[in-house]
Design a protein around this ligand. Structure first.
Ligand code: FE
Ligand code: FE
Length: 171
């Protein structure tokens, strides 16, 4: 469905279309996370992926509540952006033999996913408020907080990996 087809006329249509895209994306992410956890070496990174899988499952239910509040059926609309992000991460990780470098690639891939989600939820929250749906905005904001916390955790993991490597080299 093109962005300017007649299916989308109002901001409300646009809101629902984006909600369907993130609903699709969260399902794809829930499928990708166990594979990323299997590939990761660092116990912290593995635990992080595990925890975020649980959160992602909660986010899917939360989106279903938002659809329900809005009075629409939960529906997925394919999102080429998340497909590309997941595929790009997969392709890079699949070619790395060094476990530490692989962890770096997985962390970077995960951060691309989180940044995509932060952008999507940020827009959805702004549109929900514009549409006078503070109830939807509040729920979406709970998810946004989880995505941001995950992104920050990934940054900390990346930094500690870089420091660890620097120490190894200095020793
Ligand atoms: Fe998510
Ligand atoms: Fe996430």
């Amino acid at each position: 469905m093109g962005l300017f087809t007649k299916d989308i006329e109002t901001l409300d249509d646009l809101f629902i279309t984006k909600l369907q895209a993130i609903y699709y994306a969260e399902h794809e992410i829930a499928e990708a996370l166990p594979k990323m956890r299997e590939q990761a070496t660092s116990p912290e990174l593995r635990a992080g992926f595990e925890q975020h899988l649980t959160e992602t499952e909660g986010q899917i239910s939360r989106l279903e509540r938002v659809f329900d509040m809005h009075g629409s059926e939960p529906r997925q609309t394919t999102c080429a952006a998340i497909d590309g992000i997941i595929k790009a991460g997969d392709t890079v990780a699949g070619n790395i033999a060094d476990r530490d470098v692989l962890d770096a690639a997985l962390t970077a891939a995960a951060q691309m996913v989180e940044h995509y989600e932060i952008a999507q939820y940020g827009t959805l929250i702004a549109w929900a408020r514009e549409l006078g749906r503070e109830d939807c905005a509040r729920l979406l904001d709970e998810t946004l907080a989880e995505e941001k916390a995950t992104d920050e955790k990934l940054t900390r993991l990346a930094e500690s990996r870089i420091n660890r490597r620097a120490e190894t080299r200095a020793a």
